[in-house]
Unconditional design. Structure first.
Length: 350
């Protein structure tokens, strides 16, 4: 590295920012979106949009007020995903009342689904979360630091192994695994520690993950899922429509924070999501814009309850935002895995 000497001081010329350096910087910004998402969910919880008694143990800020538009959008997102997951768990519960399915959350962040489900009668046989090392280590530290969270894990496995520095938790019912989703070999090797059952019905969630991955990385990830699991359902929540004026501004707002969005260019429409499912090896799929989900597939009573919490005046902006996010889902091996979710059944891709 070159250096300039002025008096007794040495001034080093700045290092060139290589592609690796830029990628690391982008990764840090993307990991930071987890904080924003968690605070937005906390805003919803504090106002009564939905319940989540465990979220406060991960979010440091106690007041996280967001705009009514953001609150209602996050509420719709959480409700739609919960409907699909609850349908899956019902459909893989045997006549004796034992759930035979497992759940994998890719890019899980500080999501609390496992802790919520573990206290119900429909807890999956195993719940596995995957995220970058920094996020996984932070979550691991929060779990170890709170007795309420440790109690949930210890109730299912008193011999759970926790490595905060390594961002890893391994137990009979819950595993937290650090991994880079762009590296399939690393992901597969790390998930071996979780002792997943390839024959068990498996629900895979990718919530705001695909937009940050290169298109080829996403395709490889989906092909790995369908190759690994005989019977599975995949649910993707992400952005679409980057090419119209509103979509261009939406993408610009995110990219201005240092977050590249290669995935939204690779899969810009609901039609491209369906094609992705077909290329990934799923037997059937479905997709709906979040505007359609909110207006048609979330129960009317729930919509009425949510709409009483805060008035919403920006209906044009609301419709635009909800039209630029979608929820897509594919199934393999059993097309009834997501039946009775309230959303349309997946249709055959063959």
């Amino acid at each position: 590295m070159a250096a300039n000497h002025v008096g007794d001081q040495v001034f080093k010329a700045p290092e060139a920012r290589t592609g690796v350096t830029l990628q690391r910087e982008a990764d840090r910004v993307i990991q930071g979106t987890n904080d924003d998402a968690s605070m937005s969910k906390m805003s919803c919880v504090q106002l009564g949009y939905f319940d989540d008694e465990f979220l406060k143990l991960f979010v440091r800020r106690r007041r996280c007020r967001r705009s009514p538009l953001i609150n209602r959008g996050y509420s719709a997102r959480v409700q739609a995903i919960r409907q699909l997951l609850q349908a899956f768990l019902r459909n893989v519960t045997n006549p004796e009342g034992v759930c035979e399915g497992q759940v994998i959350s890719l890019g899980a962040g500080w999501d609390t689904q496992f802790f919520r489900l573990a206290t119900t009668s429909r807890a999956p046989k195993k719940y596995v979360e995957v995220d970058h090392m920094e996020v996984a280590s932070s979550k691991c530290h929060s779990i170890e630091s709170h007795q309420e969270l440790m109690q949930v894990i210890n109730d299912t496995d008193k011999d759970a192994k926790i490595d905060v520095k390594g961002g890893t938790i391994i137990s009979d019912k819950y595993c937290l695994i650090p991994s880079d989703l762009r590296d399939i070999n690393q992901l597969a090797a790390n998930l071996d520690k979780a002792r997943l059952d390839p024959q068990a019905p498996t629900f895979v969630l990718m919530e705001c993950v695909m937009a940050y991955l290169e298109g080829e990385a996403t395709k490889k990830l989906l092909r790995w899922i369908t190759h690994k699991f005989d019977t599975c359902a995949l649910v993707i929540y992400d952005m679409v429509g980057p090419n119209d004026p509103f979509g261009q501004q939406l993408v610009l707002n995110v990219q201005s924070r240092g977050c590249p969005l290669p995935g939204i260019r690779s899969f810009p429409s609901v039609e491209s999501h369906l094609n992705l499912m077909w290329q990934g090896g799923f037997d059937a799929s479905g997709t709906s814009s979040m505007r359609e989900v909110y207006e048609k597939y979330i129960e009317a009573k729930e919509r009425e309850r949510v709409e009483r919490i805060e008035p919403l005046d920006e209906f044009e902006e609301w419709n635009l935002i909800m039209s630029h996010y979608c929820i897509s889902y594919g199934v393999k091996g059993n097309t009834s895995l997501l039946a009775d979710s309230g959303l349309p059944l997946p249709y055959s891709l063959t």
